[in-house]
Design a binder for this molecule. Structure first.
Ligand code: NCD
Ligand code: ZN
Length: 346
């Protein structure tokens, strides 16, 4: 008997689409299965003002093939120390943005315009709390004395807790959580707090990246942690707890940019995310919770309705994906989960 699974059409609450030729190539990979996506603003230069966001949104819509005309990019602004609180409020009023993104300066790809002094952005955060715009946090400190594997846990103590104590009405998303510490923090703090979890962090731990030769395509930020942390993420994602939802952090880089002496961080999972997740949830014995994670919890946090449309996954012989996606900038390697995928989106 064929096994099928029908879900409300999923949304991706953390996605990198880039721009130009890369945008054109990667957008269909997401829009094929997803109806909405929170679009990360870390372009070069970043999407900082409401005007930048309006223009980027127009470029995304122009790049979207007509068969995916349902796809809605949900825009974000890149928080800088010069961000004008009134511009954020204006963009929110227009319905142009769904969130503001905080990158501690230097934390990850294209984050040099990020925040160094958190006191400087306090008026913006206060305005966001007032008008109900969530803050999406890249939750890693950048202090040189903090080990890269500890940077998320230290961010919670040094940055996140003080911000949330100072502005309790601010709604915060801890993006791409990678540690048990972050999962526990979300569980212990009821108010105005959610977390996204990526596809790849549910699948790989740091051994997958480092044992038997370095695997550049598994290098992303935050970097994958120990197995106990991966297990905590799987537990949270499959628990049905509405504060955890999918943000793939699919982050395309061309092979030449990944495979060099200083390779870029990012895993490209847009193409096979739903197949990967179905496998993860099935292995955990929680296939019935997949819809909450991909299609219900995110809309609930962002205060929007789940999508009306549905997608159906069918289980069968292993799905064959191409190894790479061709783009106008060069090939992008598609995430390899390291195990066969039996669920396909029909
Ligand atoms: C992202 C990118 O490439 O833009 N890379 C990544 O490893 N996740 C940036 C980010 O979200 O940290
Ligand atoms: Zn990201």
């Amino acid at each position: 008997m064929t096994q099928t699974l029908t879900l409300r059409r999923p949304d991706d609450w953390h996605l990198h689409l880039r721009d130009g030729a890369m945008l054109k190539a990667v957008l269909p990979e997401t829009a094929r299965h997803f109806e909405r996506a929170i679009i990360m603003p870390n372009l070069v230069p970043p999407v900082v003002t409401s005007t930048d966001a309006a223009e980027y949104r127009a470029r995304i819509l122009a790049a979207c093939p007509p068969e995916f005309d349902y796809f809605k990019p949900l825009m974000t602004l890149y928080l800088t120390e010069d961000t004008d609180p009134n511009d954020v409020a204006h963009a929110a009023e227009l319905g142009l943005i769904s969130a503001v993104k905080l990158y501690p300066a230097g934390a990850t790809t294209n984050s040099s315009s990020g925040v160094r002094d958190f006191d400087k952005v306090r008026p913006v955060l206060e305005k966001m709390a007032e008008v109900g715009v969530p803050l999406c946090c890249h939750g890693e400190v950048t202090d040189h004395d903090i080990d890269i594997f500890d940077r998320e846990a230290v961010f919670i103590d040094r940055v996140l807790t003080p911000i949330r104590d100072a502005i309790p009405d601010l709604r915060v998303v801890m993006e791409h959580v990678t540690t048990k510490n972050a999962v526990d923090y979300v569980r212990e703090n009821q108010n105005n707090l959610g977390a996204t979890i990526t596809t790849h962090h549910l699948i790989i731990n740091r051994n997958h990246m480092l044992v038997g030769g370095i695997k550049p395509h598994y290098y992303c930020l935050p970097v994958a942690k120990r197995e106990e942390h991966r297990l905590a993420l799987v537990e949270a994602a499959t628990s049905g707890d509405a504060r955890f939802f999918l943000g793939t952090d699919s982050a395309p880089h061309t092979d030449p940019n990944k495979l060099q002496s200083c390779g870029c961080a990012g895993c490209f999972t847009a193409t096979n995310t739903m197949s990967c997740l179905a496998e993860v949830f099935e292995t955990a014995g929680k296939l019935d919770r997949l819809e909450a994670f991909t299609s219900l919890n995110g809309p609930a946090f962002y205060g929007v309705e789940p999508n009306e449309a549905t997608i159906t996954l069918t289980k069968g012989n292993p799905v064959q994906y191409p190894e790479k996606l061709a783009t106008g900038e060069g090939p992008v390697t598609i995430f390899d989960p390291g195990f066969p995928l039996h669920w396909r989106v029909s």
